[in-house]
Design a protein around this ligand. Structure first.
Ligand code: PLP
Length: 375
């Protein structure tokens, strides 16, 4: 049995998504920017339907959606896109995704002040420190709504309220939150939000930036050309990708509570089984405020790298985030929540998804426990 348990890195594409993408690829190949003929109109209609589905899934208006190549590009647009603003101060948390950290570094190099707010041992942002940081005029606060490594979900309402009180824009990285819980960005008062199709059972290479009217007025493009996406993201639209993204988002709107139940049950089962078989196992992050499916764990005395290497051909797990595993870097997130070097080396991430089964979880828990005993 081969079991994929790395759904925080990426998710398998839903067969219904594949079907819709195939139709778009085969039949409706037109360019949505071709305004003079039916091929273009058809493609434009597909993009319109997808945009509505994506907007609905996050509680936004269709006008607020700017399609991009993924969350990384959306994050670049959200932050670099504000480079012409007069207030040159940005705040982000110590557990952001590398995309936010690196873009903010670029802003720092071009003269912005960048402040980093710490998190506690659960990965929750220190709201008092954020409040104090916001005493100085600030352009933007960028926060990872749900962390990709430890799954901690932030108190978005409280953060949004603080930003509103101090007149700062709020950018949320909702890449990991979307598809795990229901939320409404408009109600939460969020100005900008970045997300990606491949984390919600859609294709890779497509994502979006949500930008409220107020935020859009301030944004400058980072990619120039034909003026697509109302001048904010030039380049012929990836119609099959957008169709797939829209289908995946539509499925979420219809089936989220069913998905929550299933993934929630599997996560509890995995947690229970691992604890029964490895009583010394520890959970990293917040046991309460965390996304379903994510278990960041450590077994004292067991090197996670060795464990993962032994399991790699049958069970897909991750040492931290997929991006960090690629660059071989140590996790800044686990460091930020206070784990020692040894504890970080013992940590691994399980990402359960909606296509996993009870049988797979039982098998994987046993295999992880047995393998750990051989190290
Ligand atoms: N932000 C978070 C929290 C993520 O987990 C990821 C994906 O790893 C990204 C951003 C980047 O997304 P993409 O792969 O679409 O560029």
């Amino acid at each position: 049995m081969k079991i994929y348990l790395d759904n925080n890195a990426t998710t398998p594409v839903d067969p219904r998504v594949v079907m819709e993408m195939e139709r778009a690829l085969k039949g409706e190949f037109g360019n949505p920017a071709s305004v003079a003929h039916a091929w273009g109109w058809q493609a434009e209609e597909l993009v319109k339907i997808a945009r509505e589905k994506v907007a609905k899934a996050i509680g936004a208006k269709t006008n607020d959606i700017i399609f991009t190549s993924g969350a990384t590009e959306a994050i670049n647009l959200a932050i670099l896109g504000l480079r012409k603003e007069k207030t040159r101060r940005i705040i982000h948390s110590s557990i952001e995704h590398k995309a936010v950290i690196d873009v903010c570094e670029e802003m720092r190099r071009s003269g912005f002040e960048v402040r980093i707010v710490p998190v506690n041992h659960l990965g929750l942002i220190d709201l008092d420190k954020l409040r104090r940081e916001l005493n100085s005029p600030t352009l933007l606060v960028s926060i990872i709504a749900a962390n990709n490594e430890i799954g901690t979900i932030q108190d978005i309402k409280a953060i949004s309220k603080l930003c509103k009180e101090r007149g700062a824009l709020l950018h949320l990285d909702i890449t990991q939150l979307l598809g795990k819980v229901k939320f409404n960005l408009e109600e939460l008062g969020v100005d900008l939000a970045s997300f990606s199709s491949h984390k919600i059972y859609g294709p890779k290479g497509v994502g979006a930036l949500y930008a409220s009217t107020q935020a859009r007025d301030k944004l400058q493009p980072i990619i120039f050309g034909g003026g697509h996406e109302r001048g904010l993201r030039s380049g012929t639209l990836n119609v099959p990708g957008i169709v797939g993204f829209g289908t995946a988002a539509g499925i979420l709107s219809e089936e989220l509570s069913k998905i929550e139940n299933h993934v929630g049950r599997l996560t509890e089962l995995m947690d229970r089984e691992l604890r029964r078989q490895i009583p010394e196992i520890k959970l990293n992050g917040d046991p309460k405020n965390r996304i379903l499916g994510n278990l960041n764990l450590r077994i004292p005395g067991i090197n996670a790298g060795q464990l993962l290497a032994k399991l790699g051909t049958t069970i897909a797990l991750s040492s931290s985030s997929a991006c960090l595993s690629q660059t071989g870097g140590a996790s800044h997130v686990l460091k930020a929540i206070g784990l020692t070097r040894q504890e970080r080396d013992e940590s691994f991430r399980i990402g359960i998804g909606r296509f996993n089964t009870v049988e797979e979880i039982g098998f994987a828990a046993e295999k992880i426990a047995l393998t750990a005993k051989t190290i």
